[in-house]
Design a protein around this ligand. Structure first.
Ligand code: NAP
Length: 498
């Protein structure tokens, strides 16, 4: 079930928010601590769906700071009026007289941490006679979520979740492990606790209502992770293909190897891995693709019956995009384009950058026989990569005079919000060249716009991003990826329509 807490302060807004929440959720939590003057009897008589009545004191993270007797009197009134659920804190449960059909949620909140004795606290709640046990603690490490999932395995209906950005996964995956409900906000800015997703996001993006015990878990391992587009396009892909799976953001601040090993416990079926964990995560793998050994970085983990296999779809994704572009140029060669062989072998490729993306591309292109020239802002770094690959290197200031069939930008120059920047002068863009920008936000960078104007064939970072994600989908599911859907949702988000 999805429950939306209503935290409005006046009765008219509460009534309006309850009505709106009832359309999105199964339950509404009436947070009476935010609205001490509201008439509980009238609100309950007119409730549009089942409600939880809560009157949370400041000591447990709520807004109530009046007399304790009056706080508890309101909760007792809720029981007397037949509210569907009343949420009472563990330390106050003895003061509530139970009768009628009201069910008691007995709760404990910790806004500092997930304490070591959380299992003991949960047992005390169960012993208190709770109809539903609730613990909400702050995640200090993403592994704290695993302790919450353990609590959900017991007999007593339980809500166990971690608050904060590190706890977002508990709000989504709790359903797989049997959580009685999850809380979601009516909209951004209306959260009653840190880390709450909106009800629309939970039900739409994460398809919360379709999650069950058999749902396969996938996710992106990153830090930061909040702006990752991967949940958007991979959840859309799973939905389109009818795969019982959910893809979540794993924010890993600490040691990624410890994270991966701890999460073996819940049998995550696959990971996308991105900045800053692409190299360090290699140590957590049971098996590695040859390409990972060459590039020294992975972006994909596949769980093969418990053994974790690390691979790199960045390489194949970028090469696929380039090969398609070269084929297009080749098919146009009769019409005056500069190159005619539909292969990367022998092509002169000017590669800008020497970071992670450049490394993946450099090895991929070198293996396909391209003639590479690497130019990087920090010349020494570019030279070292060129030496490792066995190719030429240049200073970034020298690229204007460099002849090439293909120019690839793997620097972050031109990325939102610095959309007026470009890594090369217009003079470097010659008619008939393929110009490929790894940057995908915006979809058409200044570099690509100027390349289009110079009659180059342009390839957007969108194509690379979709290709690498589509390859992950195919490795995980064995099914063809719904590329058109993946690209559509990404473009829509980048255009700001979602
Ligand atoms: P990275 O490892 O941090 O490398 C960043 C590169 O950009 C370095 O070569 C750096 O040069 C250069 N750079 C940064 N700021 C610069 C500036 N102001 N002027 C000139 N050069 C500058 O990052 P990465 O993982 O390689 O990613 C690079 C870009 O590729 C990002 O925009 C990322 O989003 C994009 N990317 C896209 C995809 C996709 O699927 N489309 C996949 C991977 C990456 P120094 O060595 O001098 O610092």
């Amino acid at each position: 079930m999805i429950c939306i807490p209503v935290t409005a302060r006046d009765e008219a807004t509460i009534a309006r928010d309850m009505a709106e929440s009832a359309r999105l959720a199964d339950l509404v939590e009436l947070r009476m601590d935010y609205a001490p003057g509201a008439d509980l009897k009238r609100l309950l008589e007119n409730r549009p769906c089942p409600v939880i009545v809560t009157n949370r004191p400041k000591r447990e993270g709520g807004a109530y700071d009046g007399l304790e007797d009056e706080r508890l009197a309101l909760l007792q009134q809720a029981v007397d009026l037949g509210a569907d659920y009343v949420d009472v804190e563990l330390d106050s449960v003895d003061r509530i007289r139970r009768h009628g059909r009201t069910r008691l949620i007995v709760s404990h909140h910790d806004f500092q941490e997930t304490p070591d004795d959380i299992g003991h606290i949960h047992s005390e709640i169960v012993r208190s006679g709770a109809d539903v046990a609730k613990v909400a603690c702050t995640a200090r490490d993403i592994r704290d979520n695993l302790r919450m999932f353990d609590l959900l395995r017991g007999e007593r209906p339980t809500i166990a979740l971690c608050m904060g950005e590190l706890g977002v996964i508990s709000r989504i995956l709790g359903r797989k492990f049997g959580s009685f409900l999850t809380y979601a906000s009516l909209g951004e800015g209306k959260e009653s606790a840190p880390g709450q997703l909106t009800a629309a996001e939970l039900a739409g993006l994460y398809r919360y209502r379709e999650i069950g015990p058999a749902t396969a878990v996938y996710g992106v391992v990153a830090n930061p992770v909040a702006h990752s587009m991967s949940p958007l396009i991979l959840n859309a892909a799973f939905e389109e293909a009818g795969v019982d799976a959910v893809y979540v953001p794993f924010k890993v601040e600490g040691d990624v190897v410890e994270f991966v090993n701890a999460f073996r416990k819940i049998d995550v079926k696959g990971y996308s891995v991105t900045i800053p964990h692409k190299q360090a995560v290699i140590a957590a793998m049971d098996d590695l693709d040859e390409i990972v050994k060459k590039v020294g970085a992975l972006n994909t983990v596949v769980n093969r019956s418990g053994r974790l296999f690390g691979t790199n779809t960045d390489v194949a994704g970028a090469i696929r995009a380039l090969k398609e572009a070269v084929e297009t140029i080749s098919s146009q060669s009769g019409r005056g384009a500069r190159s005619c062989a539909p292969t990367l072998a022998g092509k002169r490729v000017l590669l800008l950058g020497a970071g992670g993306a450049a490394r993946a591309l450099a090895f991929g292109l070198c293996m396909r026989g391209a003639k590479l020239i690497i130019a990087n802002r920090t010349y020494e770094r570019g030279r070292r990569l060129a030496e490792e690959i066995g190719c030429e290197s240049l200073r970034l200031s020298e690229v204007g005079s460099c002849e090439a069939d293909i120019l690839i930008n793997t620097t972050s120059v031109g990325m939102h919000p610095n959309v007026d920047d470009t890594p090369v002068p217009r003079s470097a863009l010659q008619k008939g060249m393929v110009v490929f920008d790894a940057v995908y936000n915006p979809p058409e960078t200044r570099l690509l716009r100027e390349a289009r104007e110079a009659d180059c064939l342009t390839v957007s970072g969108i194509t690379w991003f979709v290709n690498q994600a589509a390859a992950q989908f195919e490795l995980w599911t064995g099914q063809p990826a719904p590329r058109a859907t993946m690209e559509r949702v990404l473009m829509k988000r980048l255009a700001g329509h979602e």
